[in-house]
Ligand binder design. Structure first.
Ligand SMILES: Nc1ncnc2c1ncn2[C@@H]1O[C@H](COP(=O)(O)OP(=O)(O)O)[C@@H](O)[C@H]1O
Ligand SMILES: [Mg+2]
Length: 367
């Protein structure tokens, strides 16, 4: 599979990639049976809370402004069982405020928020940790409980941390000794341990390393309850979200049923009619003149530039990890996941870049 993308790459990239693959092969060859020495990998399963009722969360024409800025207007949304909704949009548009409005922590200016009687939210607040420095990680995550109730039975808090791909050694470490990123991970573990049937996660992935990110994805996709997740990580959303709630500017927030990729397709490509129109135009005027991008296309272009930057950052991060010999030595079990992620990130860059070129071409009249 790795060979596949190397074949597709221009010559210039091959040498670097080749060195990486050689190292990969060498590491695999030199580490027979390494898998046996790894603590057996446990899939993350999450406590589910009580069964959700017929009504989960319902927004009826909800409108909210803050500091004179309209954040969302007439937003209507009915959550269905099994919905895992990704909330996306640039910083400062009102994603966090929307979550707080849903949870009743912020009053709407107009409209109604109805939360079902059986809905038990578990809320991970963005950038906020309230942990006690003198406790150990096990104590803080367990909060007096030794075991976590999972659908398949009880598991010790230590086992739960292992499911989240935390290193075993962290359990007995005092919170006060942790780095900022580690604290955030502990906060997430504690929240997931508490459980609920509506997980509300505000940018949960920023401080996660790849193994924990992978575990969370797996845990969420097997989670029988509902979730609302704010994230800029499209790769993550693509795996876990069943629908996307997109802030599209001027208070317009639109729900798109389906995966993140599907949302990007529908948002990015002009609808069928617009496409047909453009074809007709081209036929009438064989040499297409440059034209100004429509408002929608211009906005798409901006979004794509951000998305490319993000995908490229992901590629760089993974390339860095995969060119570090220690990774192959110390964490060989993670390598296949990293390779898979790298492939996806590279494919994202290519696809987004192609669309970016297309839009640029339109504006320069070379369609
Ligand atoms: N207490 C507040 N008073 C006035 N404006 C606020 C307050 N809290 C947030 N805002 C503004 O509301 C907007 C939305 O914030 P937020 O919901 O945190 O956005 P996001 O989570 O999408 O980054 C921001 O432009 C922010 O400046
Ligand atoms: Mg926010």
């Amino acid at each position: 599979r790795e060979i596949d993308w190397i074949r597709r790459k221009p010559e210039a990239r091959r040498t670097k990639a080749k060195a990486r693959i050689d190292r990969f092969d060498a590491a695999v060859a030199a580490a027979p049976g390494t898998d046996d020495q790894q603590p057996s990998k446990l899939a993350l399963r999450l406590p589910t809370g009580p069964r959700l009722g017929g009504s989960i969360v319902e927004l009826k024409k909800v409108t909210k402004s803050l500091g004179g800025k309209l954040l969302f207007k007439d937003l209507t949304l009915v959550m269905k069982p099994g919905d895992r909704i990704g909330i996306v949009g640039p910083n400062g548009v009102g994603k966090t405020t929307l979550i707080k409005t849903i949870l009743g922590l912020e009053p709407p200016d107009a409209g109604q928020v109805v939360v079902g009687a059986n809905t038990r939210p578990a809320y991970l607040e963005q950038g906020r940790t309230e942990l006690r420095d003198e406790l150990t990680v096990i104590e803080e995550v367990g909060e007096g409980y030794d075991y976590v109730d999972l659908p398949d039975g009880k598991v010790h808090v230590r086992g739960f941390l292992r499911m989240m791909a935390f290193p075993d050694s962290i359990g007995d470490t005092k919170i006060g000794k942790l780095s900022g990123g580690e604290r955030n991970r502990v906060q997430l573990a504690r929240l997931l341990r508490r459980g609920g049937n509506l997980l509300v996660l505000d940018e949960p992935t920023n401080d996660l390393d790849l193994p924990t990110l992978g575990a969370l994805e797996d845990g969420l996709t097997h989670f029988p309850g509902c979730a609302l997740i704010v994230s800029h990580d499209r790769w993550f959303l693509d795996r876990v979200a069943t629908g996307i709630l997109a802030f599209e500017g001027q208070g317009k927030v639109t729900f798109y049923e389906g995966s993140y990729s599907f949302y990007v397709e529908r948002r990015a490509k002009p609808d069928a009619v617009a496409k047909a129109d453009r074809k007709a135009d081209t036929r009438a005027k064989p040499v297409a003149a440059a034209r100004k991008l429509t408002f929608k296309e211009a906005r798409e272009l901006e979004g794509i530039e951000d998305a490319i930057a993000m995908a490229e950052a992901r590629v760089k991060e993974l390339e860095g990890a995969l060119s570090d010999p220690n990774v192959f030595k110390d964490r060989p079990g993670e390598v296949p996941l990293m390779v898979e992620r790298l492939e996806t990130a590279r494919a994202d860059v290519e696809r987004l870049f192609a669309r970016w070129q297309e839009l640029e071409a339109i504006s320069r009249g070379r369609e």
